[in-house]
Design a protein. Structure first.
Length: 412
């Protein structure tokens, strides 16, 4: 009898263990979706961005302020996040500033993720924010561990349920040499977080580790997370700095990411909102769920937004025709903004928010924010000739020419 009860206990334990494993796996469901093709809009967008000459600093006074991102909390309240630190320690604290008048004025800075655990972390960086449908704020960021390796580095998230006044104890979403998280919320409420993940097992990217894009998801507004799954990988390349969009009119999810050592960076990958990346294979040019290139521009560190009328704006960093080596002098790159159609294709009408940038200055870690239906903000980490950096922004005005008919087609 004791033996029978022991066997029953082991069986039940195994069932419980399997259930937990399934919860932490790719998805609770076992359905694998057949390959699908996104609807492709072959139209060329008919708008351009005209940038103001005037610009202004929006970070506080500190030697290094990088990776500025602006998100809307409600009609008039905006939230700016960035990481900041002293000389040689730019990946230190994560800072938040709020505006209650749609970005005209900014409140004093507040450190929301302090570097106060010197034995465990070098600091924190690459913050990205999302406002959920229930009003909560999720802040995701990189924890640079000590030592700086795949065991001690991680991606973390913290939650505010009162508009940024208080924040929850951070939780680790993924462990490893990972960076640059970005999030979306799907129509069914699922939150997806995309981030760069380094493969320490190989150095096939010109002597550097290859890098992939991974995704972790949450079904309870960020309070718990499933184990990450791979979303994009290119052999001999470093792919990351993902920026996702839930496309309008039910057209699915598109993620743009840089592909270092790819001549046509950035690249894009697509999934339907139903499949949520649950395909047998990663997207590829062969199966139609991956494509690369934005006109004749090489683009690193992409950032996207979609206009109410459907067009997609993407900002990238590039030398901009200046004698800058894109990989070794990346802090001296400049910002380019291109206009694509509603399928994240046919990018054109390239504009430069920071024209005539001296070769010893740069605009990098850029983002864009839609201030209103006719105004977009360029938000840049501006690097000065003495090598310190600040967050600056300027307004761009959306100008539309005669409309063209959109033509939708399935990829053959």
């Amino acid at each position: 009898m004791i033996i029978k009860w022991g066997i029953l206990f082991l069986l039940l334990s195994g069932i419980a263990s399997c259930t937990q494993c399934c919860k932490n796996g790719r998805r609770a469901q076992t359905k694998i979706f057949a390959d699908e093709h996104p609807l492709v809009n072959n139209d060329t967008p008919n708008i351009k961005i005209v940038w103001d000459t005037a610009a202004r600093k929006i970070s506080h006074n500190i030697y290094f302020a990088e990776y500025g991102r602006i998100h809307r909390y409600n009609k008039d309240t905006l939230i700016l996040t960035y990481h900041a630190g002293g000389p040689g320690n730019e990946w230190d604290n994560i800072v938040m500033r709020q505006s209650y008048d749609n970005g005209n004025n900014w409140q004093p800075p507040k450190i929301i993720v302090p570097d106060n655990n010197a034995n465990r972390y070098y600091g924190f960086s690459t913050p990205e924010l999302i406002t959920l449908k229930n009003g909560w704020l999720l802040l995701a960021y990189t924890g640079r561990g000590k030592p700086d390796d795949s065991t001690h580095n991680n991606i973390q998230v913290t939650i505010s349920k009162n508009a940024g006044t208080n924040w929850s104890k951070p939780q680790v979403v993924a462990t490893g040499r990972s960076w640059e998280p970005a999030m979306i919320q799907l129509p069914d409420g699922t939150v997806e977080m995309f981030f760069s993940a380094e493969l320490t097992s190989s150095k096939n990217a010109r002597g550097r580790h290859e890098q992939k894009v991974a995704m972790a998801s949450s079904d309870d507004n960020g309070e718990s997370w499933k184990s990450p799954v791979d979303i994009a990988f290119g052999s001999k390349r470093r792919e990351g700095m993902a920026t996702p969009l839930v496309l309008k009119d039910g057209k699915g999810i598109v993620v743009a990411f840089e592909s270092v050592y790819h001549d046509k960076s950035p690249c894009f990958i697509w999934s339907s909102t139903e499949a949520q990346w649950g395909y047998q294979n990663l997207g590829s040019e062969g199966n139609g769920r991956r494509w690369c290139g934005t006109a004749n521009v090489w683009g690193g560190a992409p950032y996207m937004l979609q206009l109410p009328t459907g067009e997609i704006l993407i900002s990238v960093q590039d030398a901009g025709g200046r004698p800058i080596e894109r990989y070794t002098q990346w802090k001296k790159n400049t910002m380019l903004v291109l206009v694509g159609n509603s399928s994240a294709r046919s990018f054109s009408n390239t504009s430069c928010p920071w024209p005539n940038l001296p070769n010893n200055e740069g605009a990098y870690f850029n983002s864009i924010f839609l201030k209103n239906d006719s105004t977009v903000l360029a938000v840049s980490t501006y690097n000065f000739k003495d090598k310190h950096s600040e967050i600056w922004c300027k307004e761009g005005h959306i100008k539309r020419s005669a409309s063209k008919q959109n033509v939708l087609a399935k990829i053959p």
